[in-house]
Design a protein around this ligand. Structure first.
Ligand code: BGC
Length: 744
């Protein structure tokens, strides 16, 4: 408090603090941070490294500490999470403004797929392969969240995930490092906008560093053990892409990586992230991941946990209180050099300056702006556009879809037809003062779409889980009255997500039994599968004539589903993660190695005796109401020097009746190399729109980087030799191939 200081010192402080801030634009952030840090006590510095969650109810200051507010007033807290809405953030910021140095709080929140307007879950959005749309989704979320007082989102999650048992597959972009990197960058840019400091920008956070998605057995928080090569080739690229896109922050992860918890891992955080990659932002721990190093058996107690974490480069402590309770002692005892603490503090303060919080700590607390942005009529339109682009058409026998809007009687059946909140999926944000009434249910969406004369019948049929079949008769009864049946089944929204791993990833309960009965009526059945992960549904896949994988599509789910069912949007999404045939295949992914005895060979091969090696639906798979023909692949040369570029062209023609979009995929294989390479790797793609009958020539440029991999010394090299080039509509549906040689 100024009042407690001697008057002369107070004056100097006032000048030192306020004058420079008033002239922020003339001074570099570094300089301002220097000036501020010279004034800070060790306790105040450690305060900046301390992050608390708000009380969940946000109605009063009762907290696990019982004194969070006092700590904020004393400058002992640098950041809060889970406080939302301008009223609440203003309240906390006012408390921070009572502290001696008036250092503003940073407000973080998991804005994972939207704030008020909920977008499709990230895995669904990824299936659009639409970089601009993905970026716009993040931009819209950032605009709403920043208007709601949030400075910082804990997103994007850029963990590669190849095990659909892991509940958090819903939160990432799927299995592929190339596509995952592009999506990571798009999301970072979307959240951060033109620059930090713009009032509608929030800081992004690349998480969870690193390899969290490779939890053994798909069990959340489980151990990760992998080769350096796998780490560098598959799991690190999206993080590097996030750094290159200017991501402001990183979050480390709960898991152990090769024996060392990520949170206490200097190799990851200091050597790679802050060293080799030159990352200038700060790293937040995951929730209590510093404290959990004790449970892992890596350190004896919180004191050692704090030592390990700060040494390894974890800057901000989310909720463990290990820094708050131990760092001062560690510094005093000389175990932690003050320079380490200073570096962490500096990184955090820099971001606060860049956000403009020292100029105006209440910059993001404008209630008028909050009302305006949260009710912007454009946002649901953007969400609907993103949602239609996320729906994957898996099957469409005899062109059952799209349905005609003049279909006379439709039976809309299933436990998810009238569900509202379910459509938001996991990681939605409960925005203060907003109920879920604005979410468009699937029922409403379809009802609004069909003509006034059409009859829409409803039966729930069964619950998502359980064995009760008493609703089947009613469902069959209305199916018999209808021209077509739409059946909406799947998981509960919280059957995937954090701490929601499943060992059985089938469609729960008796939902597939219901489908069996409906099919027995002889009526055509369109199945909608709602889920946060790839499910296994072989009966449905083999027997239902039409299947749309709708994931969780967010606020506009019902409208988007209706748009696709009735052909106002021709589906264009393709899977970014393989859908296994059976849990026994996991992990199954397209970019595997050939082995010495590939399954395609004779005799003893690397295959199961009771199951195919191939997934039910492969990476890159997805249908359209149209068909696309690929022809005339030409290469600019059959040889390429490493400083040259090779151009591949191909003609794509829409041979169907509808205008549509196709995702044309380019895969390469390095045939012989010092490190054995996968049978194919995605290296480029183009998403193109074609009117019925229209053709376009697509061009891909291949440069040295696309031919490079990590050699034995983990250096990126492109080795001379032969390459197979494959262009296709999925990782399996390769339409055209060629070869070329990289020469010295
Ligand atoms: C999750 C993070 C999340 C954090 C804060 C953790 O349990 O792993 O992804 O950002 O909680 O909510």
């Amino acid at each position: 408090m100024y009042l407690k200081l001697k008057p002369a010192l107070s004056l100097i402080l006032l000048l030192l603090i306020h004058l420079p801030f008033a002239h922020a634009q003339q001074k570099s952030v570094d300089h301002q941070v220097d000036s501020l840090m010279r004034l800070m006590t060790l306790q105040e510095k450690i305060g900046q490294l301390n992050q608390y969650s708000d009380d969940w109810t946000a109605t009063g200051p009762v907290t696990v500490d019982n004194d969070k507010t006092r700590q904020v007033r004393n400058g002992l807290v640098g950041s809060m999470l889970n406080c939302k809405g301008t009223d609440r953030t203003r309240w906390w910021q006012e408390a921070a403004m009572k502290s001696r140095l008036k250092i503003p709080l940073l407000f973080g929140q998991d804005v994972v797929h939207g704030y008020k307007t909920t977008f499709p879950i990230p895995l669904a959005e990824a299936c659009s392969w639409d970089i601009d749309a993905l970026s716009l989704s993040a931009r819209t979320a950032a605009t709403e969240a920043s208007a709601g007082g949030i400075h910082w989102t804990f997103a994007p999650m850029v963990d590669i995930a190849r095990d659909p048992r892991w509940g958090r597959v819903m939160e990432g972009a799927g299995e592929d490092p190339y596509l995952g990197s592009l999506i990571a960058a798009a999301r970072v840019k979307g959240f951060q906008g033109n620059k930090l400091g713009d009032v509608n920008s929030v800081m992004a956070c690349a998480k969870h560093f690193a390899a969290y998605g490779a939890a053994i057995g798909g069990r959340d928080y489980n151990t990760v053990d992998m080769s350096e090569r796998m780490l560098w080739e598959v799991y690190l690229p999206p993080f590097k892409a996030a750094v290159d896109a200017g991501v402001a922050t990183f979050m480390n992860s709960f898991n152990i990586l090769n024996g060392i918890p990520a949170t206490g891992n200097s190799y990851l955080q200091r050597e790679i992230l802050k060293g080799q990659w030159g990352f200038k932002g700060f790293v937040v721990s995951d929730w209590n991941s510093i404290g959990e190093m004790v449970t892992h058996g890596f350190v004896k107690n919180d004191y050692e946990a704090a030592l390990a974490a700060i040494t390894a480069g974890s800057d901000l402590d989310m909720e463990s209180r290990c820094y708050k309770n131990n760092l001062a002692q560690l510094v005093t005892e000389g175990k932690v050099p003050l320079a380490l603490v200073d570096d962490a503090v500096r990184r955090i303060l820099e971001k606060k300056f860049e956000l403009g919080l020292f100029d105006d700590p209440f910059k993001y607390c404008n209630a008028e702006r909050e009302q305006k942005e949260l009710n912007d009529p454009e946002n649901p339109k953007i969400a609907r556009e993103m949602a239609v682009r996320s729906i994957v058409l898996l099957k469409n026998q005899n062109n059952l879809l799209p349905l005609s809007k003049s279909t006379k009687t439709i039976a809309f059946i299933g436990p998810l037809v009238k569900a509202v909140k379910q459509n938001k999926g996991f990681w939605d944000v409960e925005v203060p003062g907003v109920d879920s009434g604005f979410i468009v249910s699937q029922w409403e969406g379809v009802k609004n779409k069909i003509g006034a004369d059409a009859k829409l019948l409803y039966a729930k049929g069964c619950e998502i889980e359980g064995s009760d079949k008493s609703g089947f008769a009613e469902a069959v009864n209305i199916a018999n009255q209808a021209d077509v049946v739409i059946l909406s089944i799947g998981e509960r929204r919280n059957m995937s997500g954090e701490a929601h791993s499943r060992s059985n990833i089938g469609i729960p309960g008796v939902q597939e039994d219901l489908l069996k009965e409906l099919l027995a009526t002889g009526k055509p059945v369109v199945v909608l599968i709602n889920a946060g992960r790839p499910l296994i549904f072989n009966y449905t896949a083999d027997n239902a004539p039409a299947i749309l994988y709708t994931w969780w599509l967010g606020s506009e789910a019902g409208n988007a589903i209706a748009d696709v069912i009735f052909g106002d949007y021709n589906p264009s999404a393709k899977l970014t993660i393989s859908f296994p045939l059976s849990v026994g295949q996991i992990p199954v992914y397209y970019s595997h190695l050939n082995t010495g005895r590939p399954a395609s060979g004779q005799g003893n091969t690397s295959s199961y005796i009771d199951l195919s090696n191939y997934p039910k639906y492969e990476f890159g798979y997805g249908l359209s109401y149209s068909t696309f023909e690929y022809s005339n692949l030409t290469l600019s040369s059959d040889k390429m020097k490493s400083d040259e570029k090779l151009v591949a062209t191909v003609i794509i023609k829409n041979t169907g009746k509808y205008a549509g979009e196709e995702i044309v995929q380019l895969y390469l294989r390095d045939v012989v190399s010092s490190i054995v390479r996968p049978v194919k790797e995605l290296k480029d793609f183009k998403k193109i729109a074609l009117k019925a009958g229209e053709s376009k020539t697509i061009t891909f440029t291949i440069d040295k980087e696309k031919l490079s991999f990590y050699n034995q010394q983990l250096k990126r090299v492109a080795e001379p030799g032969d390459f197979d080039l494959m262009i296709g509509a999925s990782s399996k549906d390769i339409r055209l191939t060629d070869k070329f040689e990289l020469v010295n």
